[in-house]
Design a protein around this ligand. Structure first.
Ligand code: FES
Ligand code: FES
Length: 160
């Protein structure tokens, strides 16, 4: 039986009816039209469905939507600042960090959370922090380069 819930998604209260077994990933994408969380492994392994739930990253494929009633979800659509990409997102673009982009929404959120807690990370720190977000295209190095550049306040320089 469907139950009405209200989730605040990217700052906007959204009312939707969900089945007890509906996962948040499907409700966001199909029910609410929020498409940045991607459908990957659907078992918590790949990180492509990453969202922020009440300020912390979560795998939306592992969260029952009904349990998010009254909670706050942030997706990459919601991280824009005054309609502009963040500095971190600009660096990802400048450094050609992504190819197909399928992993990008999850990695942006994971990197953003990581940098907030670790403003001066080592390369290993970044590798470790993003280990749960798989990318099939890039070999990870340009992603890590951009996160390190963001931490160092580099906005334009592209490392060789
Ligand atoms: S789809 Fe959720 S972790 Fe892979
Ligand atoms: S850029 Fe294609 S999966 Fe990461």
């Amino acid at each position: 039986m469907k139950t009405p819930i209200t989730i605040t998604v990217n700052g906007e209260a959204r009312l939707i009816d969900v089945e007890p077994s509906d996962v948040l990933l499907d409700v966001l994408r199909t029910g609410l039209g929020v498409k940045s969380p991607k459908i990957g492994c659907e078992r918590g392994d790949c990180g492509t469905c990453t969202i922020m739930l009440d300020g912390r990253t979560a795998r939306s494929c592992l969260v029952l939507a009904i349990e998010t009633d009254g909670h706050e979800v942030l997706t990459v659509e919601g991280v824009l600042q005054n309609g502009e990409l963040t500095e971190l997102q600009d660096l990802f673009i400048a450094m050609n960090s992504f190819q197909c982009g399928f992993c990008a929404p999850g990695i942006v959120l994971a990197a953003r959370e990581f940098l907030a807690a670790n403003p001066d990370p080592s390369r290993y720190d970044v590798q470790h922090a993003l280990a749960g977000n798989l990318c099939r295209c890039t070999g990870y190095e340009p992603i890590i380069d951009a996160v390190l550049a963001a931490a160092r306040g580099i906005t334009e320089e592209v490392p060789a």
